[in-house]
Design a protein around this ligand. Structure first.
Ligand code: PLP
Length: 392
């Protein structure tokens, strides 16, 4: 049997592969410390769970319009208007199963074959995958450790050509935890405003921030109509398995994205959509408590990493990932990922899972308990010590 050529260019997210390998080791009786997958270990807050159950009982078990239930699009428009200070109407909102479809559909709706898209590298691997799938060419925007993995307009400007169609921003950033400052956003907006370039702004970690505040580039003059803003419920409300996210964009792109949804999955799950209004409209105390826990865990993992000879790590300002530099260990990142899992029972990701410029780094997700993080760091420390001894 022959398969379609396009499957050769579709990438993936290796977090799911490492998770599967880790689970296979667990099935053989190994104990594994899970620091690979980016999902909160907390339960979804009870009021949100109750809202979904209520919605099932009330009969929200049928198709909804492809862009989402009208009342939920209203709730999201109101929320983004208030939270970001960005006036948004319901016709700009598309409710999706997780934030991910906004990435792929946003790209499919705007990028033509041959177009170039500037993507952060290291960065979330789905950006590059979706750009290639659309026939576009990803152009890497190198994020440097010396600059705390931030970048400025001048870094983007160097990469712009007549074929540049889109720039992808992700702040707070996966995998480095960097956060763009309001000034960074001002300068990037000034650069892009005058040009015919889209921005895909992945703001899925907008509420998981420890230093500074989150702002959207869409709020900058002239940027709303050219920005596809993505956010969702997976990370903020520990709802990864519910699959609920949304995009905010100009009404024409919203129609295109909704048509893609009609072709692929029709609509996001009706009763899951209903729970969104409780998540956004109800008390934020549980979500805030989770962020307080993440902050504590961040401090624990950074301290643990820094105590290991040969490892250094920038302090992340947001999201729940640490991206330590392991170059001094003299190992390729992919080998370090494998040895760490197989010999020490710690599941983490190679920096190269986020692009070629991730070489020399590992990514640890600290969305796990303090005890598990400490155990992971203990195992990593012993492994590094053992290897150093063997090399002597
Ligand atoms: N964008 C980034 C940067 C992410 O890290 C993730 C999840 O890991 C997503 C998007 C996908 O989020 P969702 O689960 O809502 O589809």
């Amino acid at each position: 049997m022959r398969y379609a050529d396009r499957m050769n260019i579709l990438g993936t997210e290796t977090a799911f592969e490492v998770l599967a390998k880790a689970r296979a080791l667990e099935a053989k009786g190994r104990t594994i410390v899970h620091l690979e997958i980016g999902e909160p270990d907390f339960d979804t807050p009870a009021p949100i769970r109750a809202a979904a159950v209520r919605a099932i009982e009330e009969g929200f078990t049928h198709y909804t319009p492809s862009p989402g239930l009208p009342e939920i699009r209203e709730v999201i428009a109101k929320y983004i208007s208030q939270d970001r200070g960005l006036p948004v109407t319901a016709d700009q909102v598309v409710v999706t199963p997780g934030g991910k479809p906004v990435i792929t559909f946003g790209i499919l709706a705007t990028v033509n074959p041959g177009d170039e898209v500037i993507v952060p590298n290291p960065g979330f691997p789905i950006y590059e995958s979706a750009v290639r799938f659309a026939g576009g060419t990803p152009v890497s925007l190198l994020l440097r450790e010396e600059r705390d993995f931030r970048f400025g307009a001048e870094d983007i400007e160097k990469l712009i050509t007549p074929r540049t169609k889109m720039v992808i921003l992700n702040s707070p950033h996966n995998p480095t935890g960097s956060v763009l400052t309001p000034k960074d956003l001002d300068e990037i907006a000034s650069l892009l405003r005058e040009r015919d370039i889209w921005v895909l702004s992945d703001e899925i970690y907008s509420k998981i921030i420890y230093e500074g505040t989150h702002e959207s580039i869409a709020t900058r003059p002239g940027m709303a109509e050219r920005t596809i803003l993505m956010d969702g419920f997976s990370k903020t409300y520990a709802m990864t398995g519910w699959r609920l996210g949304y995009g905010v964009m100009n009404p024409t792109v919203a129609k295109h994205v909704a048509r893609l949804a009609t072709n692929v999955y029709s609509c996001a799950t009706a009763f899951v959509q209903r729970a969104a209004s409780v998540a956004l409209g109800g008390s934020q105390a549980e979500a805030e408590a989770m962020v307080a826990q993440f902050r504590r865990r961040r401090d624990v993992i950074i301290e643990g990493l820094k105590a290991i000879p040969g490892i250094t790590c920038t302090k992340p300002a947001g999201a729940f990932y640490a991206f330590p530099n392991i170059r001094a260990l003299g190992m390729k990142s992919a080998d370090a990922e494998r040895v760490l899992l197989e010999e020490a029972g710690v599941a983490a990701l190679s920096g190269t899972a986020f692009g070629s410029f991730g070489e020399g780094y590992l990514r640890f997700s600290y969305a796990n308990s303090v005890e598990q993080i400490q155990e992971g760091m203990k195992r990593l420390g012993s492994l590094v010590q053992g290897q150093a001894k063997a090399a002597r």
